[in-house]
Design a protein around this ligand. Structure first.
Ligand SMILES: NC(=O)c1ccc[n+]([C@@H]2O[C@H](COP(=O)([O-])OP(=O)(O)OC[C@H]3O[C@@H](n4cnc5c(N)ncnc54)[C@H](O)[C@@H]3O)[C@@H](O)[C@H]2O)c1
Ligand SMILES: [Zn+2]
Ligand SMILES: [Zn+2]
Length: 363
């Protein structure tokens, strides 16, 4: 075999502990790069997979929110150099499908690394016995090294701390992008954010960037309200009944960042007539929410889905890193704890309980 030796945290099926395994990695092929992971956040989307709420193939190195150093370039790679600090995108656009041709890479239907690198021609990782192992979303950031599509590796300011760069790879871009790109919040508007995990707190920061006048944060966990205050909200509460008064009869925008049908339905109630609900949180697959059609139509409310913050990673990742460097985004408050790869199962347990913002593996 003779591949490069590495280690990764492998998902072997729903509701099973992730286990660290020794693995072998191929060298980068055409259009690919070998990266050494520096940091990876633990996002609730990892938990959806582990808890069996999203159907995903097993025998895959999990993790999709990471930052890395480029160690080697495959043939034909342009725009990257060895030792670049890169944020890894969980959608590397194909640049050929209809969405990509519309400049909506977050909706790409055939992203590189699709199928989690388990298609025969795509496999780059193997167990010592030769069994193929995938890389979640083509990047598998709970692996010490990975071979990824060059277009998934986005260079950012090399002074960005690795744990911050990692969070830009999912939660931060998702939350900020939902507010700025998908919802299109404008200066002076009011915004309610429901759910204050890594994604929701980032949405709060997006609302401050957009110069929203009123930003109300809602979570059942008291400790999260304090974090939201540090992130710049005008009010934070555990009681949805307070929101109407705090937003003068309904918010211009409501952002749902949990993924529960009950809070999705609540979001539709909390937005003012003519306002916009932006759904970011993701439920278990197949769940349906309901709303009063007559009222929604009469009140001219809008509902939007936001995937990956409607962001273009190659543009938005470096932009967000620059805003952080300029002191305009307090992303440090998202890092509750830095941990090792062996602590990820514990970090998933904390996410289940709504405890803390982000736990970040630092390699
Ligand atoms: N759309 C996308 O592209 C995208 C990207 C990343 C994550 N997500 C999804 O966004 C969601 C949030 O991710 P996260 O990592 O921030 O999760 P998280 O678990 O860190 O945060 C969820 C927050 O919701 C709070 N909460 C739970 N139940 C509540 C309730 N009934 N009322 C009020 N607050 C409640 C928790 O206390 C916690 O603070 C997940 O569903 C995740 O899969 C979507
Ligand atoms: Zn994520
Ligand atoms: Zn595409």
């Amino acid at each position: 075999m003779g591949g490069l030796e590495t280690r990764g945290l492998v998902f072997t099926g729903p509701r099973r502990r992730l286990e660290i395994e020794g693995l072998e990695l191929d060298p980068p092929g055409e259009g690919e790069v070998l990266v050494r992971m520096l940091a990876s956040g633990v996002c609730h989307s990892d938990l959806h997979v582990v808890d069996g709420e999203w159907e995903r193939p097993s025998d895959v190195v999990l993790g999709h929110e990471g930052a890395a150093i480029v160690e080697a370039l495959g043939p034909g790679v342009q725009g990257l150099r060895e030792n670049d600090l890169v944020v890894l995108a969980w959608t590397a656009p194909c640049e050929a499908c209809r969405a990509c041709r519309r400049n909506q890479p977050w909706l790409c239907t055939q992203p590189l690394g699709d199928g989690h690198r388990l298609k025969e021609e795509d496999v780059r990782l193997r167990r010592p016995d030769g069994t193929p192992i995938g890389a979640y979303s083509g990047i598998g950031t709970f692996g010490e090294r990975q071979v990824v599509a060059a277009s998934a590796a986005i260079p950012v300011d090399p002074n960005t701390p690795p744990e911050i760069a990692a969070l830009i790879g999912c939660g931060v871009t998702t939350g900020i992008g939902a507010v700025v790109n998908t919802a299109g919040v404008r200066a002076g508007e009011s915004v309610v954010v429901i759910g204050l995990g890594g994604v929701g707190l980032s949405a709060v920061m997006g609302a401050t960037l957009a110069e929203a006048r009123t930003i109300v944060a809602l979570d059942t966990n008291q400790a999260k309200l304090e974090l939201a205050r540090q992130a710049g909200v005008t009010d934070a509460t555990t009681d949805p009944a307070e929101v109407d008064a705090l937003t003068d009869g309904g918010a211009d925008h409501v952002i749902e960042a949990i993924g529960l049908t009950s809070t999705v339905e609540m979001a539709i109630d909390l937005v003012r007539p003519g306002g916009t609900v932006t759904l970011v949180g993701m439920t278990p697959q197949g769940e349906r929410a309901s709303f009063d059609v007559y009222r929604l139509v009469e009140e001219g409310k809008q509902i939007r889905g936001s995937n990956y913050g409607s962001a273009t990673p190659a543009v938005d990742f470096p932009r967000i890193a620059r805003l952080y460097a300029d002191g305009r985004l307090p992303l440090d408050l998202l890092v509750t704890e830095t941990i090792g790869l062996e602590d990820v199962n514990r970090a998933l347990g904390a996410l289940r309980r709504g405890d803390g913002a982000r736990r970040v593996v630092v390699y």
